[in-house]
Design a protein. Structure first.
Length: 268
């Protein structure tokens, strides 16, 4: 199965810098919650970092937004935000964003804003690398002004990178399943599981029938080696193209190339 994969240029550079907020060594290996939020204990009390407090507030605002807006409104809001923090509008106003300072004079806030701007210009590590999708979206889609545009861009970029890695893996696994069995039940199930695990604002950027369509294809249990599905003429290539061309990161994510007969190393 041939695929064509592109990557955002801001994530390709690397230096000796490391993210400001990454999982600490003292956390259990199985713990994924708040993995990027630092806390410290002193004299029996817990001091929550500036970023931890900002995340808590942002997640609270996200919950309010997601329960207030309908799916269509949420999707439109998300599309507008993505353009402002990662699309043409972001690029057009890049000089302004690079000069933006955090509203807080907390040293953590200043350091975070500087690293996000450096990362957005291809220098240094993403300060949000390793955060959960929920945390990343809470920052990226937050319109409160608590985060700089470049911080939101960096959070969106990390979510994109995580999506990119997942897409590469799931395409490779789906290709093996197809070659081995002629079926795609595991592939469809993985897509459905992934979709259901996404934050609401990302789900809203998919077609309304995305989940039900996947569930329908899973229930059919057909063999794609015949390039037919219940007489519909649905081919393996067309189904995968349809599914992976959808979602908030699809425009830069892993997609099926025009020819499904030429393999590439990225799918192996």
């Amino acid at each position: 199965m041939a695929i064509s994969i592109t990557s955002n240029t801001s994530s390709t550079s690397s230096t000796s810098s490391t993210p400001l907020y990454t999982q600490t060594q003292t956390q259990p290996a199985s713990s994924q919650e708040k993995s990027s939020v630092s806390t410290s204990t002193k004299a029996g009390s817990v001091t929550v970092s500036w970023l931890a407090q900002q995340l808590n507030d942002a997640e609270s605002r996200a919950k309010t937004r997601d329960t207030t807006l309908g799916r269509k409104e949420l999707g439109a809001t998300a599309s507008s935000i993505v353009d402002r923090i990662a699309g043409d509008t972001w690029y057009t106003n890049k000089a302004k964003h690079d000069a933006e300072l955090p509203k807080s004079d907390d040293p953590q806030a200043v350091a975070l804003a500087r690293q996000a701007t450096a990362f957005s210009n291809g220098m240094g590590a993403n300060p949000f690398k390793g955060m959960s999708r929920e945390q990343l979206d809470a920052i990226a889609y937050d319109d409160s002004g608590k985060f700089t545009v470049n911080e939101r861009h960096a959070a969106w970029q990390e979510a994109y990178d995580q999506e990119y890695e997942w897409r590469v893996r799931v395409i490779a696994e789906g290709d093996l399943e197809y070659q081995r069995t002629g079926k795609q039940n595991d592939f469809f199930s993985e897509l459905l599981k992934h979709y259901k695990g996404l934050p609401a604002i990302e789900q809203a950027q998919y077609p309304d029938d995305y989940a039900s369509k996947l569930q329908h294809w899973i229930s059919l249990d057909f063999n794609f080696h015949t390039n037919q599905a219940e007489g519909s003429g649905t081919s393996y290539k067309s189904v995968v193209e349809t599914l992976l061309a959808q979602g908030p990161h699809a425009r830069n994510g892993a997609k099926i190339a025009p020819s499904a007969t030429q393999d590439t190393s990225a799918a192996r």
